[in-house]
Design a protein around this ligand. Structure first.
Ligand code: 2BA
Length: 108
C-alpha cells in the first residue's frame, strides 16, 4: 500500500476530492500553508493499493492547473521594522505529490 500526499491549490481541491471519492478512493483533506508564499493551500492524504497510484495521479493531473500568481512579499530592510512590500511573480504548480510506502494500515 502507498500513501499519496498531494499539495494542491485551494481552487482545485473541491473538484479533486469529488473526483477521487466518486472513484471510490478514500481521501483526507487538510488545510495547509505554503512556506514560501505563506498562503493557504490544501494537502490531501490518500491511502491506496500500489496498483492504483497511477490512477490517482491521473485524477490529480486532470484537476490541478498551474497558475501564475503575483504576490507581494514583505521584507524587513531597516532596523526599526520598516517593511517594504515588493511584487513577486511565481508559477504555482498544479500539484506537488509524494508517494510513500505504508508499513501498516489499520482501520478500527
Ligand atoms: P509555497 O512554499 O508557498 O510555494 C509556492 C510557489 O512558490 C512554489 O510552487 C514555487 O513556484 C515558488 N517557490 C517556492 N519556494 C521557492 C523558493 N525558495 N524560491 C523561489 N520560488 C519558490 P510549487 O513548487 O508548485 O509549490 C506549491 C506548494 O507545494 C508550496 O507552497 C509548498 O506548500 C508545497 N511544496 C512544494 N514543494 C515541496 C516540498 N519539496 N516539500 C514540501 N512541500 C512542498
Amino acid at each position: 500500500m502507498k500513501l499519496i500526499v498531494a499539495i494542491v491549490q485551494d481552487q482545485d481541491a473541491s473538484s479533486l476530492v469529488e473526483d477521487l471519492t466518486e472513484k471510490d478512493f478514500r481521501v483526507t483533506k487538510l488545510a495547509s500553508t505554503g512556506g514560501f508564499l505563506k498562503a493557504g493551500n490544501t494537502t490531501l492524504l490518500s491511502g491506496v493499493e500500489d496498483d492504483k497510484v497511477d490512477e490517482v495521479i491521473k485524477v490529480i493531473e486532470d484537476n490541478c492547473r498551474t497558475r501564475e500568481i503575483t504576490t507581494s512579499l514583505l521584507t524587513v530592510t531597516m532596523p526599526g521594522d520598516t517593511y517594504i512590500p515588493y511584487p513577486l511573480e511565481v508559477k504555482v504548480g498544479g500539484a506537488t505529490v509524494f508517494v510513500l510506502d505504508v508499513e501498516q494500515y489499520v482501520r478500527i
